[in-house]
Design a protein around this ligand. Structure first.
Ligand SMILES: [Zn+2]
Length: 268
């Protein structure tokens, strides 16, 4: 089977080992901010693409039989959901929604949007530890069982529930494809002159900066807070978060590094 794994959580190598025998491409993994690189996939026997999935590089997904969305990013999951609905394909997602869960999306039943509405998520740095073994076991179970209906599995108690199609779901009923076609996305831009990367959400948002300042102060050096922006440091990089959601990181020219910080420390 041809499988695409959209990575980010950092246990992609374990998944690939468990899925041994299939052709696997992995897009992104957990970025190491100290080494300023992705983990080494050289001897894993997969095609590793050292980028994060955004609307700009959506063609990297290829034409797999199955997609396993294993990132910390909600927009990435909704890109895959739009694609799965459009092509009537199965997909598997690992997500955090009142606890860690695995969602199996059948081609014949409810989509990810039938289970959860898109929202600005809390920063993944605030989530509890990821239950790697349980998640990988359940993913493998789903791939073996190949259920006819969509199912949400709770990784804390192992409970599984069917997710029927929601009659008014804007994703599978109306099939707007707004994530896959980029109406809602994060626009990443490189400013070579300033040696910085900027990320701008395309949707209109106004952030509660004191809320982010409170969270970030537990995990980073929060150097400055004003009414209009927050300035903080992650691994020697200077980050700025503006009230309208724009985020900049310097000094770097690496879009993946900037996306890693944005997705994990701010949430998207
Ligand atoms: Zn739906």
């Amino acid at each position: 089977m041809d499988i695409t794994v959209i990575g980010g959580l950092g246990f992609e190598q374990t998944i690939c080992n468990r899925l041994n025998g299939h052709y696997i491409r992995v897009i992104g993994s957990r970025f190491n901010i100290e080494k300023r690189s992705f983990p080494d996939f050289t001897n894993i026997g997969v095609d590793f693409i050292p980028q994060y999935l955004t609307i700009k590089n959506v063609n990297l997904i290829g034409k797999p039989r199955l997609i396993i969305e294993f990132s910390e990013n909600l927009k990435s999951k909704f890109i895959i959901n739009d694609r799965a609905v459009k092509n009537q394909k199965e997909a598997v997602y690992v997500l955090y929604s009142e606890g860690w869960k695995v969602f199996y999306q059948s081609a014949k039943s409810g989509c990810l949007g039938c289970f959860i509405a898109f929202h600005k998520p809390n920063p993944p740095i605030t989530y509890p530890d990821f239950p790697k073994e349980q998640a990988i076991n359940i993913i493998c179970e789903f791939l073996t069982d190949n259920p006819n209906e969509s199912i949400i599995a709770d990784l804390e108690n192992g409970k599984k529930d069917a997710v029927p199609a929601y009659p008014d779901c804007e994703y599978c009923k109306n099939n707007t494809g707004k994530f896959y076609y980029g109406d809602i996305c994060d626009i990443v831009s490189l400013s070579c002159g300033e040696n910085s990367v900027g990320i701008t959400p395309s949707e209109d948002i106004v952030l509660n900066l004191p809320h982010y300042a409170q969270i970030l102060s537990k995990f980073t050096d929060c150097v400055k807070e004003t009414q209009f922006f927050l300035e903080f440091k992650v691994g020697g990089l200077e980050c700025m978060l503006f009230r309208q959601g724009r985020f900049t990181v310097k000094p770097t020219k690496d879009e993946a590094e900037a996306l890693f910080i944005y997705r994990n420390y701010i949430g998207s």
